[in-house]
Design a protein around this ligand. Structure first.
Ligand code: UD1
Ligand code: UDP
Length: 371
């Protein structure tokens, strides 16, 4: 059999965390040549992941600009990726999730008439404004996808309801759990965790575009009130590189003794921080998938979630973005032991750590079938 070529495209931190385990699994197969193209939609935060997984990109489109706009990202990727697709002429293009990188890379595949495989397909809120622009991106990718790698049965059901062909949908689990299996270490040590020793550690992340401005200031205000009320609480906030996020945080929670704002952590550090925390507050997507495996309660500071499995498992609670609601629900988990225990169960709704193997098996069968 001739070697088949798979072009894997990603560009932001979460895509990289979820695609690197898959690239590693693809590279164990001698019948497949795997080429990595990163768009560089993120720069430092992407480099952190590549270093952690010890992978190098074959192509880096290097598009990141400070305060980039959605149009700018889209145009820059589309014009630069065309050349890569032409040179490599792959048999399959793999994209991940719901970012601008995913949408544009899939579009480039469609324009070149190359089949697209969508990892983490089928997540939905059916609300185009939330998360924005991700709900559009993932639905658009799924319009032109040939192979759907759905992490859960719920995601598969969404795809079936939309009329996608069942024989093209593969329920695989989420590759983020594959990553998580390699990062948690019992003997992990870090100066920031030593600082938090003896306190209840709240781990905070926030970055969503639709939360920039007032909603984000409200989140930070709620955290500030919590720290003022509970003397045994410390907060660690690895802050996203986005300058707009940094401005919002600086205005409210800079220079508070029991709140540490630190640079983004690499994935090994972040997973171990999660596993040592008491409670997580976030608007992130990926963190919602990791927390149930670690048995860590998460207050999701968003109005919608495309991850209902974690809510059903009891680990996630959707609290919205209003200051008073976030304050009340955080306070509740700090004072109501029964509620805290109820949310601290370890469950695995997002997979068993073998998603990459299932995806690669399906790809091998597909490539054999079409050639
Ligand atoms: C992007 C994705 C979002 C995903 C998030 C993960 C889109 C539209 N958004 O949002 O779906 O949840 O990544 O974090 O695809 N920056 C740096 N260095 C970095 C990364 C970002 O300086 O390593 C700064 C730049 O000024 C950049 C800004 O952050 O312009 C925003 O980055 P961008 O990728 O546009 O948006 P995110 O909010 O990161
Ligand atoms: N993460 C990380 N370092 C950090 C914060 C988060 O490695 O300082 C990881 C986290 O474990 C998860 C992913 O980044 O796997 C989530 O990325 P993000 O919140 O940026 O994006 P989203 O998942 O919302 O698209």
């Amino acid at each position: 059999m001739n070697k088949k070529k798979v072009l894997v495209v990603f560009g932001t931190r979460p895509e990289a965390i979820k695609m690197c385990p898959l690239v590693k699994e693809l590279r164990t197969k001698t019948s497949i040549q795997t080429v990595i193209c990163v768009t560089g939609q993120h720069r430092e935060m992407l480099a952190q992941v590549m270093d952690a997984f010890q992978l190098k990109a074959d192509y880096n489109l290097d598009i990141m600009k400070p305060r980039q706009t959605l149009s700018g990202i889209t145009v820059d990727i589309l014009t630069r990726i065309e050349k890569v697709v032409k040179i490599e002429n792959p048999d399959l293009i793999l994209v991940h999730g719901d970012t601008s990188t995913s949408f544009v890379a899939a579009l480039a595949g469609f324009y070149a008439r190359i089949p697209v495989g969508h990892v983490e397909a089928g997540l939905r809120t059916y609300n185009m404004q939330s998360p924005y622009p991700e709900e559009f991106n993932r639905q658009a990718v799924d319009l032109i996808t040939e192979m759907y790698f759905a992490p859960t049965e719920t995601a598969k059901d969404n795809l079936l309801r939309e009329g996608k062909r069942e024989e093209r949908i593969f329920v695989t689990g989420n590759t983020v759990i594959d990553a998580l299996k390699t990062t948690i270490r019992n003997d992990y040590k870090n100066e920031n965790l030593e600082w938090a020793d003896g306190s209840r550690l709240l781990l905070l992340t926030a970055h969503r575009r639709e939360n920039l401005g007032d909603p984000m200031r409200g989140m930070f205000q709620a955290i500030k009130r919590i720290v003022q009320e509970f003397e045994d609480v410390k907060v660690i906030y690895p802050i996203h590189k986005n300058p707009a996020v940094r401005e919002a945080a600086k205005g409210v929670i800079a220079d508070i003794e029991r709140i540490r704002m630190i640079e983004p952590l690499d994935v090994v550090d972040f997973h171990n921080f999660m596993s040592r925390s008491y409670l997580i507050l976030t608007d992130s997507g990926g963190v919602q998938e990791e927390a149930p495996s670690l048995g860590k309660p998460v207050l999701v500071m968003r109005d919608t979630t495309e991850r209902p499995e974690g809510v059903a498992a009891g680990t996630l609670k959707l609290v919205g973005t209003r200051e008073d609601d976030i304050f009340r629900e955080t306070r509740r988990l700090l004072t109501d032991e029964k509620e805290y225990q109820r949310m601290s169960k370890t469950e695995n709704p997002y997979g068993d750590g073998h998603a990459s193997e299932r995806i690669v098996q399906a790809i091998l069968e597909y490539l054999e079938e079409i050639f």
